[in-house]
Ligand binder design. Structure first.
Ligand code: JHZ
Length: 390
C-alpha cells in the first residue's frame, strides 16, 4: 500500500525556465510523496506527463557543470577497464559527457530531448530520440544486437514505470552484460534533509533496498553498489543477470535498515524536518530583507525550483539567480519567476548573501567565489539545515 508522507505543495515543471508571456500557461501540479510499504519504494504520488518535462526545450545540460564532466570521464574509464564492453548503450545521454569517452562505432544513445540527441548525433553517435521502453529496446536490439554495457546516470529515477524499464534493459543486455546506473540516494536525502531532491523529474528516490526488491522481480540482480558524493549523495548500482553478489549490497541494505528506511515513521520524521527547514529559511530571508540586505542565489537548479515554490520565495526575497547555462540565462525561474542571469553579468560584491541553489557544488562554488567572501559576503544553505556560513 502507498502511504503519503510529504506535501511539497503546488510546483511547476522544475526545468521549464520561461519568459513573462508564458506565465499564463505555466503548468503546475501537486508535489506529494508516498512510501510503498510492500516494495519500500519512495515515489511521487502524482506523476507528470514525461513529454511536459523532457522535450526539445529541456534546459539541464550536464556539461555546464565541470565537476560532472570529470565524474563521467572517470566513470567511463573505470567501466571500460573492468568490463571491456564491445557494445555500449546509454539511456538518457543528455549532451554526451559519458558517451564521449567511448568509440562512436560501438555506442548508442537514447535520449528523449531532441536538443541533446542532436548534440550526440553531431558528435558521431547513433542517437535515438525516444523515451526508454520495451519497444525501443527491441528495435535497437534488432538493428545493433545485444549490449555488453547499459549505462544511465540520473535517468532511471525519472522513469515512472520501473518494471517496463527493467524489462527493456533485460531484453537488450548480453548474457554477461552489466547494467550500471546512478541516481540520488534516498538514505542520503533522509540523512541530510535535502527534500529538494524531490521534483517532477524524480518520479522515485531510490534506496538500494527498494531497487533490489523491484529488480529481483524482473529477473535481474544487484551485484555491487558504490556510494558516490555527486548530486548530494548518489548510489551507483551494478546489475546483471547472474554475477556473484558482492558485500557492498548487503552493507548498503543494512545501513538503510538501521536508519529505518523500511518504517513509515522515518518518513513522518523527515516531513517534520522539511516543514522546519521551510520555516527557518523564510524567517531568515525575511529578517535579512528587513535589514536591507541583498540576496542572490547561485545555480538555477531543479532543486531550487522545489525550495522556492515550497517556501513561497520570490524576487522580493532573492533578487536573481546566477547560472552558467546559456539556455537558462535571460529567463525566469519556474514558478518563482526570479530572473536567471549569467554569473559574468553580476558583481557578486553588490550582494550581502548568496543562497546555494546548487549546494551540491558548495566547495566548488565557495572556492570560485573567494572574493565575495573576502569582501564580507556570506553563503546561505538549507542543507543539512538552514545556516549562514562564510
Ligand atoms: P545540478 C539535475 O538537477 C537535473 P539539478 C536532473 N533531473 C537530475 O536528475 C539531477 O541533476 C541529478 C549551474 N552551475 O547539477 C549549472 C553554476 O551556475 O545541481 C546547473 O544549471 N555554477 C538531470 O538542476 C546548476 O548550477 C557552478 O559553479 O538540481 C547545477 O545543477 C556550477 C558547478 C554549476 O542539478
Amino acid at each position: 500500500m502507498r502511504k503519503e508522507f510529504l506535501d511539497l505543495r503546488r510546483q511547476p515543471i522544475a526545468n521549464k525556465f520561461l519568459k513573462e508571456d508564458e506565465f499564463k500557461d505555466e503548468f503546475f501540479f501537486d508535489l506529494k510523496v508516498v512510501f510503498d510499504d510492500e516494495t519500500k519504494l519512495v515515489s511521487l504520488k502524482e506523476f507528470v506527463k514525461p513529454e511536459l518535462m523532457f522535450n526539445e526545450d529541456y534546459a539541464y545540460s550536464t556539461s555546464m557543470s565541470y565537476p560532472m564532466v570529470k565524474h563521467f570521464e572517470l566513470t567511463a574509464n573505470m567501466l571500460k577497464e573492468e568490463f571491456n564492453p564491445e557494445t555500449v548503450l546509454e539511456i538518457g545521454s543528455n549532451d554526451g559527457p559519458f558517451i564521449k569517452n567511448f568509440d562512436t562505432k560501438i555506442s548508442i544513445c537514447v535520449e528523449p530531448c531532441e536538443n541533446f540527441a542532436k548534440k550526440t548525433t553531431d558528435m558521431g553517435y547513433r542517437s535515438y530520440i525516444s523515451f526508454w521502453d520495451t519497444d525501443v529496446s527491441h528495435g535497437i536490439k534488432e538493428i545493433h544486437g545485444e549490449m555488453d554495457l547499459v549505462y544511465a546516470a540520473n535517468c532511471i529515477c525519472h522513469i515512472q514505470n520501473l518494471d517496463e524499464c527493467f524489462a527493456a534493459v533485460k531484453n537488450i543486455l548480453s548474457e554477461n552484460g552489466v547494467f550500471v546506473f546512478e541516481d540520488p540516494s534516498l538514505l542520503r536525502m533522509l540523512e541530510r534533509g535535502s527534500y529538494d531532491q524531490i521534483y517532477d523529474e524524480h518520479a522515485h528516490i531510490f534506496s538500494v533496498t527498494a531497487l533490489n526488491n523491484i529488480l529481483i522481480n524482473n529477473g535481474l540482480t544487484i551485484f555491487r553498489v558504490d556510494n558516490l558524493s555527486v548530486h548530494g549523495g548518489s548510489n551507483r548500482i551494478y546489475v546483471a543477470r547472474n554475477r556473484p553478489v558482492e558485500f557492498s549490497v548487503a552493507e548498503n541494505k543494512q545501513r538503510e535498515y538501521d536508519f529505518g528506511i523500511n518504517n513509515f515513521q522515518t518518513y513522518e520524521i523527515f516531513a517534520e524536518r522539511v516543514r522546519k527547514s521551510k520555516k527557518d529559511l523564510v524567517e531568515l530571508l525575511t529578517k535579512l530583507k528587513g535589514e536591507g540586505k541583498r540576496v542572490v542565489s547561485i545555480g538555477a537548479t531543479s532543486k531550487s525550483t522545489t525550495v522556492f515554490n515550497y517556501c513561497d520565495i520570490g524576487e522580493s526575497l532573492i533578487e536573481c539567480i546566477t547560472d552558467t547555462t546559456p539556455d537558462k540565462q535571460g529567463l525566469l525561474a519556474p514558478g518563482s519567476h526570479i530572473p536567471v542571469v549569467d554569473r559574468e553579468s553580476v558583481n557578486l560584491n553588490d550582494y550581502d548573501y548568496a543562497f546555494l541553489g546548487a549546494w551540491n557544488f558548495k566547495d566548488v562554488i565557495a572556492n570560485k567565489e573567494r572574493e565575495f567572501v573576502e569582501n564580507g559576503g556570506k553563503f546561505i544553505t538549507h542543507v543539512p539545515e538552514v545556516m549562514v556560513f562564510s
